[in-house]
Design a protein around this ligand. Structure first.
Ligand SMILES: [Zn+2]
Length: 175
């Protein structure tokens, strides 16, 4: 696997993970500075040698795009919900794998694809809920949720996507 570098935005919050070549380019062109003393890799060209840090921070102004909430996707919803079905049925939290994603307000009733309308669900509960709303399941059958869906931070999304972060990244990965 290619060496990766943690990129912070100009406010030193986590942006994303980038390859060492891009990190080198950002450093050489003055668009980013070292944010860690650990060196990811030393890059050589015929004329220069650049020690690329494990963590780099962009300099300059914060762009609006860097402040927006992370894009929602089914995979990210399952990661947020730790791959566990979020429904509580007959007072029992379901402990089956949440390998599908349920729309609390079904798409057929105008429900969207946002963080607050999606939860990880096992196929059985997803199927039995079908195109009824979660409110209906709550009122008629006493269903509940392990946890209300929420919008995760960019850091949380990144951390669940990268799995095991490098130790030198950890100080920056607190949400
Ligand atoms: Zn379930």
């Amino acid at each position: 696997m290619a060496t990766s570098v943690l990129l912070l935005d100009a406010g030193w919050r986590v942006d994303r993970v980038i390859g060492v070549e891009l990190a080198c380019e950002l450093i050489v062109t003055g668009k980013a500075v070292a944010a860690s003393e650990d060196i990811a890799q030393v890059m050589h060209s015929p004329s220069i040698e650049v020690a690329v840090p494990s963590v780099v921070a962009r300099i300059g102004r914060l762009h609006a795009a860097q402040r927006r909430t992370p894009t929602c996707s089914p995979r990210r919803v399952r990661q947020r919900d730790l791959h566990v079905c979020q429904f509580v049925v007959d007072g029992q939290p379901c402990d089956r794998c949440g390998d599908s994603v349920d729309h609390l307000m079904p798409r057929s009733r105008g429900g969207g694809n946002g963080w607050l309308n999606l939860v990880a669900a096992c196929r059985g509960h997803n199927h039995s809920k079908a195109d009824r709303t979660f409110d209906e399941m709550r009122r008629r059958y006493g269903w509940d949720l392990r946890r209300e869906p929420y919008v995760p931070s960019r850091t949380e999304v990144l951390v669940s996507a990268i799995g095991t972060p490098k130790p030198e990244w950890e100080p920056f990965l607190v949400a």
